[in-house]
Design a protein around this ligand. Structure first.
Ligand SMILES: C[S@@+](CC[C@H](N)C(=O)[O-])C[C@H]1O[C@@H](n2cnc3c(N)ncnc32)[C@H](O)[C@@H]1O
Length: 340
C-alpha cells in the first residue's frame, strides 16, 4: 500500500500517503466508534439505513464509507457496500476475532503522545516521554494494553498453549513474566492440567490477569507476584518461564541480566519461551516486524527489535545451552525456545 507506483518517473505519492497517514487511522477509528463494519455485516449496506444504524449523518457516512472503500476495508457495487473477508473477520463486532478493542491501546493518548516528539527522540536516541517512557514503574498504559490487546494475542497464545501441551505436557511450575492480560499463562493452564502458573507484573496490571484467570476457570492454579521483574524474587524450580513481548523494552545488557536471573530460577530440563518481533539481520525486513523498533525508540530509553543472532547471544551469555526459533501461525512474531 505504501510503495510508490512502479510507473516511469518520480512521484510524490509516498510522501503524500505518509504525510496523510493519520487521516487513514482516524477514519478507521471513526468507523469502529460508530460500529459501521458491524452495521454493514448486518445488511445495512446503503447510506440511508447505514447512517440510521450508526446514528450519524448521511453525508458523514457516505464520505466515510467511500473513503474506507478506497482504502480497501469495504467494496462497493452500485450504491451498496460490502465487507471484505478481512473486515468481516476482524472488524465486525460479532466475529470471535473482532479487533476493534485493540485501538484502546494503539490509539491510547499516552501512546500517541510518545510519537508527537519523535524528532526529539531521534536526537536523544530514546524516548522523551518521561524519563523511562513505558518502562516506568506501574505505567498506566499497561492497563490499557492488558484490557485491549487480548484479540491480538489470542492466536499466538493459543499456538504457544498447543506447543507446550505437545512438547511439555506434564509441565508443573510456570512463571509468566510481565504477564499483562495473562492470556499466555492461562492458555497453558487450560491445556496442561498439572500446570501451576505464577504471573508477575505491576499490581494494577495483575488485576486484569486475575479477572481473566477467574473467567477461564483456572484461578485455583493461578498465583501472582506483584512488582518489578528486575527486583522481585522469582523462587525456583520452574519447568517453564514465559517471556512474551517483554525483552524488546530493554538494552541487550539489561536483557542479559534478567535472563541470568531466569536461568537460576529454572529446574534442570527447564526452558524459556520468548515471543518477539525478530527482524532479519538487515533490520529492514520483514517490514511489519522490522518497523517495531521505531515504537521502541519512541516509547523506551533503550528498547529494540533484536535479531535472532542477538537473542541467541543474550541467552548464551546468560548460560542457556541452546535457543531455537519457531514461526507462529497467524502472527508476525516468532517464538524462541531456550533450553537451560
Ligand atoms: C507489551 S506488554 C506484554 C504483555 C504480555 N506478556 C503479552 O505478551 O501480551 C509488557 C508488560 O510488561 C509489564 N512490565 C513493564 N515493565 C515491567 C517491570 N519492570 N516488571 C514487571 N512487569 C513490567 C507491563 O506492565 C506489561 O504488562
Amino acid at each position: 500500500m505504501l510503495k510508490p507506483e512502479p510507473a516511469g518517473g518520480p512521484t510524490p505519492q509516498l510522501f503524500f500517503q505518509t504525510a496523510n497517514a493519520y487521516q487513514r487511522s482516524q477514519a478507521l477509528k471513526a468507523a469502529i466508534d460508530l460500529d459501521l463494519f458491524t452495521a454493514i455485516g448486518l445488511g445495512h449496506d446503503q447510506v440511508p439505513t447505514l447512517a440510521e444504524r450508526c446514528g450519524a449523518a448521511t453525508r458523514g457516512v457516505r464520505i466515510l464509507a467511500d473513503y474506507l472503500t478506497i482504502q480497501g476495508f469495504l467494496t462497493k457495487e452500485g450504491d451498496r457496500y460490502k465487507l471484505t473477508p478481512d473486515s468481516a473477520l476482524f472488524l465486525d463486532r460479532r466475529s470471535p476475532a473482532y479487533m476493534g478493542s485493540v485501538l484502546g491501546f494503539l490509539h491510547a493518548p499516552k501512546f500517541i503522545a510518545a510519537f508527537e516528539n519523535l524528532t526529539e527522540a531521534v536526537r536523544k536516541g530514546g524516548t522523551v516521554a518521561g524519563e523511562a517512557g513505558t518502562v516506568s514503574p506501574e505505567h498506566p498504559l499497561w492497563v490499557d494494553f492488558a484490557r485491549s490487546m487480548i484479540p491480538m494475542m489470542a492466536k499466538p497464545a493459543e499456538e504457544i498453549g498447543m506447543f507446550v501441551r505437545q512438547s511439555q505436557p506434564n509441565v508443573k511450575k510456570v512463571l509468566d513474566i510481565a504477564a499483562g492480560h495473562g492470556l499466555f499463562g492461562i492458555e497453558i493452564a487450560a491445556r496442561c492440567p498439572e500446570a501451576e502458573v505464577t504471573a508477575l507484573d505491576w499490581p494494577n496490571v495483575l488485576t486484569v490477569a486475575r479477572e481473566l484467570a477467574h473467567k477461564s476457570g483456572i484461578e485455583s492454579r493461578y498465583h501472582t507476584i506483584a512488582g518489578d521483574a528486575f527486583q522481585q524474587e522469582f523462587g525456583e524450580g520452574y519447568d517453564l518461564v514465559l517471556l512474551t513481548n517483554f525483552l524488546h523494552h530493554f538494552s541487550m545488557q539489561t536483557c542479559e541480566s534478567l535472563l541470568r536471573k531466569i536461568h537460576r530460577s529454572l529446574a534442570p530440563g527447564g526452558r524459556v519461551i520468548t515471543l518477539e518481533f525478530v527482524p532479519h539481520d538487515d533490520r529492514v525486513t520483514p517490514p511489519p516486524v522490522a518497523e517495531f523498533s521505531l515504537i521502541m525508540l519512541a516509547t523506551t530509553p533503550e528498547g529494540d527489535a533484536y535479531t535472532f543472532r542477538e537473542y541467541e547471544q543474550m541467552f548464551a551469555a546468560a548460560g542457556f545451552a541452546r535457543t531455537e526459533l519457531h514461526p507462529v501461525a497467524g502472527s508476525i512474531e516468532q517464538v524462541l525456545v531456550s533450553m537451560r
